[in-house]
Write a protein that binds this ligand. Structure first.
Ligand code: AMP
Length: 450
């Protein structure tokens, strides 16, 4: 729950949004704006540029989508072909599809049109949509530039430009594409930049794009990590798959997102789990877009038990009530650990993240723990640990909390912050969602449409 400077609770009604949007928000079951929404919505409605430090799970998508819809809905619709007035750029196809769906849901009571374009799928339906005219375009950079080159997209009429997950855009090497896009945008426009982390490159990019921005920092970058119960299993590398299978079966994990470092590793693990009668699919950059969309849809609909993913493919994914995230391998960039575990413990549900760490990964573990400012809860699994006694230097840290495997029930613990569902009761902070919306866990229609 967010409060105004006077200490009063902020409601969606206080933020300057019109009836049509308030109705759509109520239909989603949101009762209270999240901290980022409470701050970003009024600023965007006042035509300010925005620099927002927020990760997925904070409600940032509604934080920019709602005021964009509000602003555009006030302007008369020009007869004839509609000019594109807002461009939302995202790093991955999955995130583009997700944002596109939010735009449609939040704008369901308005006469605005939107579409999503990304690579890896047939370009022709996208061209047809664009030729029909849209007000809001959600895009990944490569396909957008392609469409622009083919003169199907005119960006000279953009009024509001959003760069979502800008840090990931840089990580993925999109800087040149972003610069190309910037060149074809009109000079006068409103810019909204969202990023979970702030490297020097990021600051430089922000300075080049934003004019006198309102800075919003809703939470330190490791907050998401704090509300997730994080466990650590030290395990012999060759026994990781066995341990994972053991945990899935004995702990009754029915919906697990597993992160690996490489595309081949993802395929390998997927095959092994599938052979053990654990329905699994993999999602990574070598898969066709059709395969990625299908795997994600089946996972969201609970039709497969495990989704094995690389970091890039899973970035920004919002999977409702995802109970478990497993780091089958630790990421070598500590911030990626935070992004990974941020997939669980969202929208008020309990979060649980497990890391399977072999001796070669100790260096990554150290960096992650130092970023978090705390140690992960160690669970002892003698059966899966290296059998020879560990050298003294690698002995357990004195303050390392220890559980045994038998204690290892998903202990929801005392968590705060983030998004909370009304039904969960008794928790403080974050945003609130009514449990009655009937949206949780079920199939998501049109989620990854092009
Ligand atoms: P995001 O950070 O934009 O990916 O949003 C994370 C999740 O929070 C999504 O499932 C949203 O539907 C949900 N959400 C967004 N705003 C609110 C709110 N005010 N109250 C409850 N849930 C919300």
């Amino acid at each position: 729950m967010d409060t105004s400077p006077s200490g009063d609770t902020v409601n969606f009604e206080d933020l300057g949004l019109g009836e049509a949007i308030l109705e759509a928000v109520a239909e989603k079951g949101y009762t209270t704006p999240s901290p980022i929404q409470a701050k970003s919505i009024p600023a965007i409605l006042e035509n300010r540029d925005l620099l927002a430090s927020a990760q997925t799970g904070t409600g940032k998508t509604a934080g920019f989508t709602l005021p964009i819809l509000e602003k555009l809905s006030h302007q008369p619709i020009t007869p004839g072909k509609r000019p594109i007035r807002s461009l939302i750029l995202t790093p991955t196809r999955e995130l583009a599809a997700q944002v596109g769906e939010s735009v449609k849901e939040y704008g369901q009571n308005l006469k605005l049109r939107s579409t999503v374009v990304f690579g890896g799928v047939n370009i022709n339906p996208q061209k047809a949509h664009l030729r029909g005219g849209v007000d809001i375009l959600v895009a990944t950079p490569g396909r957008l530039l392609d469409l622009h080159q083919q003169k199907v997209v005119d960006l000279s009429t953009i009024e509001i430009f959003v760069l979502d997950e800008a840090d990931r855009m840089l990580d993925m090497g999109f800087i040149h594409d972003i610069k190309k896009v910037m060149k074809i945008l009109p000079k006068r426009r409103q810019n909204l930049l969202f990023s979970a982390t702030y490297t020097d490159d990021m600051k430089q990019l922000a300075t080049g794009i934003l004019h006198d921005p309102v800075n919003i920092e809703v939470a330190p970058r490791n907050t998401a990590a704090e509300k997730v119960h994080q466990q650590l299993y030290k395990v012999e590398k060759s026994l990781k798959t066995d341990l994972l299978k053991h945990l899935i079966k004995t702990e009754g994990w029915h919906h697990v997102l597993v992160f690996v470092r490489t595309k081949h590793g993802a395929d390998r693990l997927c095959r092994k789990l599938d052979r053990s009668k654990i329905p699994t699919m993999a999602i990574h950059g070598n898969k066709t877009q059709g395969a990625r969309t299908k795997a994600l849809a089946l996972f969201k609909e609970n039709k497969i038990q495990v989704l094995v993913a690389t970091d890039i493919a899973a970035r920004g994914l919002d999977i409702k009530e995802l109970p478990h995230v497993v780091n089958f391998e630790l990421p070598n960039v500590p911030e990626d650990y935070v992004h990974r575990i941020g997939r669980t413990g969202r929208a008020g549900s309990d979060g649980h993240a497990v890391s399977l760490v072999d001796t070669e990964e100790t260096k990554y573990l150290k960096r992650i723990q130092s970023l978090l400012g705390k140690r992960l809860d160690l669970v002892k699994t003698p059966k899966f640990e290296k059998t020879p006694a560990q050298p003294r230097g690698q002995a357990r840290h004195q303050n390392q909390p220890i559980r045994t495997l038998s204690d290892n029930k998903n202990n929801s613990g005392d968590r705060s912050g983030g998004i909370h569902q009304k039904s969960s009761g008794g928790r403080s902070g974050g945003m609130h969602q009514k449990s009655s919306g009937g949206r949780s866990g079920g199939p998501h229609k049109n989620r990854a449409r092009s």
